[in-house]
Design a protein around this ligand. Sequence first.
Ligand SMILES: *Cc1c(COP(=O)(O)O)cnc(C)c1O
Length: 354
Amino acid sequence: MVSFYPGPSRVYDAIPAYVKDAVKEGIVSMNHRSPEFIALAKKTDRLLKQKLSIPKNYTIFYASSATECWEILAQSLSGEKSYHLFNGAFGKKWFDYTVALKHQAEGILFSREEALHPEEYVFPYQQALICLTQNETSNGTQVSNDILKRFRVNNRDAIIAVDATSSMAGIFLDFKQADVWFASVQKCFGLPAGLAVMVCSPKAIERVRHINERLHYNSLPAMVNMMEIWQTTHTPNVLAIYLLMRVMEKQENIRAIHKQTQTRFNQWKDFLQKQKNLNLLIENTAVQSYTVLPITADPKDVSLVKAKAKKAGFLLGEGYGDLKPTTFRIANFPALQTKEIKALQKFLSELKTK
Ligand SMILES: *Cc1c(COP(=O)(O)O)cnc(C)c1O
């Protein structure tokens, strides 16, 4: 079975061998205060920065999931006010979790075919946290690096936080243009679930220190203090960090990965154009996600695809929420192989003739 589910998704073929190595090398029993762990943490930090083009002066933290990152930010960085701009289910969930802790959070809905105009968002609370979902996995839309950059212009003192769960390590992200970026690793990283990385700018760290929220085990000031000595507040998922390090070691630079993702995305679009009964849900080319493709079709074709795909060896993503009867989703993550994509396209093109 090949998983085209947009997370958890297909993992890299080398994962079983890396897990074996981890057992052999004692990684699975490694003490998280030991010099060996510190060496692993340093190496992983260096590789992530090098391969993903993350600025050297940013700090990388570990959490267990993107959901945990939402809560960490609500607790420790939302301060007096946070603004959540969203057009889909994940952005809304982030807002909902934040409102539960901080009633002064504000949600701003935009439509999924709309490219944001940052000039329209000049926020009254200057020291706010602005929350954006770079790649909305539920509907296959994305916010470009350029748009993110323009949010800074009118909101110089704000901290800009970006959920890049289904795009980090799959496309080029301009980390300089925001203060906090996070992703769990079961999507574009091609790893098993159970780990998230959160990347913070020096300005974000400064704000964390200023707000100084210390009520939780995962309050950011404590995480900052521990990461200064390459450690975590609690026993982390050492095996997952090791697997991340091994995958990053082998990984090409993000510019090369981005090129492949974009080429494959364009190839998917060409393919869909030739299918009478299948269309990309999102029409505005300026906001189409490169890594998650929601495909819309007649409800009876969607049912047919769903019924037959599993038997043919493909796991596809369900449509999200009210899109469920008329869409299915396909991941375009780097761990997928060209021959697997070809095989899925063959399956989809033959289905229509029946
Ligand atoms: C998958 C996903 C999440 C949730 O990730 P978890 O690791 O399950 O917490 C959050 N945001 C986006 C955009 C996602 O795609």
